[in-house]
Design a protein around this ligand. Structure first.
Ligand code: THG
Length: 268
């Protein structure tokens, strides 16, 4: 699994406060802990539209001073912010995100095509709003793929987010998510499939049970990347265990290594 650490998000109250106070140490610590939990990318999202570029550039500078090899997931609704952040990053990262909403791919795909090593998350969304069926997701997938081909972006640089809604309000949401995931996985083995783990449980109690079931169900149906909390040790255990069961981790080498380094928090 390719893990994107979600913790540096202004939607989380403590992070919003740290951003407001420009609390360097809070930000540095959350980045360090996520990297110690072997996050492949650190997602950064300000949640403040009028200071978006400034806040994200501040985080990038801070974190890459401590961790010269860090790769960022630039999480912003504003393509100009994403472009500015790409220039700041020492290492190639991942754009979060494009979609078929007007202007997004036109602005960001040329930068992906030009900048070596950068990857891109594409939401299966267009100007008509959230997709509610498998068919609409696949129509949007075809649209994204056509755009990527136009700019010569290889399929293994694309992370498709089929979008998932809460099971509390959208009873068939998970089935539609995996319906699209399966079709994409079967027809395009090199394309990555990604999701945020927590939308599925919105509005329900004991969210971690639902998030955990989602994680495993989605991994069995082609999801190979997640925006998640790598400090959540139960969830991290689920990731490593499922990878081993699916024979992506021969002889459980990664699982055992994570256990030895106590990433699951169960060592004495
Ligand atoms: N797809 C894409 N990008 C996304 C999302 C997506 N970016 C934002 C969001 N969804 C993913 N990020 C978060 C960040 C924080 C939380 C949820 C989603 C959150 N975290 C809790 C906290 O830190 O307090 C803890 C969660 C836990 O313990 O597991 O609520 O869907 N492309």
């Amino acid at each position: 699994m390719i893990i994107i650490g979600e913790k540096l998000n202004g939607a989380i109250k403590a992070v919003a406060q740290a951003i407001k106070a420009r609390d360097n140490n809070f930000i540095r610590d959350l980045a360090t802990r996520q990297l110690e939990s072997r996050a492949d990318y650190i997602d950064i999202c300000s949640g403040i539209p009028d200071q978006d570029t400034e806040v994200l550039e501040w985080m990038i500078d801070l974190i890459q001073t401590d961790h010269p090899d860090v790769r960022f997931s630039i999480d912003s609704p504003n393509p100009d912010t994403i472009l500015a952040c790409m220039d700041k990053c020492r290492n190639p990262g991942i754009i979060n995100s494009v979609s078929l909403e007007s202007g997004k791919t036109e602005k960001l795909f040329p930068a992906v095509a030009e900048k070596k090593g950068w990857n891109v998350i594409a939401l299966l969304l267009d100007n008509t709003g959230m997709p509610t069926t498998v068919e609409k997701r696949m129509e949007n997938f075809d649209g994204i793929l056509a755009e990527a081909q136009k700019y010569g972006i290889a399929e293994n640089r694309l992370f498709i987010d089929p979008l998932v809604f809460s099971v509390a309000t959208t009873p068939e949401g998970f089935l539609n998510f995996i319906g699209a995931s399966k079709l994409i996985r079967e027809s395009h083995p090199d394309i990555h499939i990604i999701s945020g783990l927590s939308n599925i449980s919105f509005g329900l109690p004991y969210r971690k049970a639902i998030n955990h079931a989602f994680l495993i169900g989605a991994m069995l149906n082609g999801m190979d990347s997640a925006i998640m909390d790598p400090l959540n040790r139960d969830m991290l255990g689920g990731v490593y265990a499922t990878e081993a069961l699916l024979n992506y981790d021969e002889y459980c080498i990664e699982y055992l290594s994570a256990y030895r380094d106590d990433l699951f928090g169960v060592q004495k």
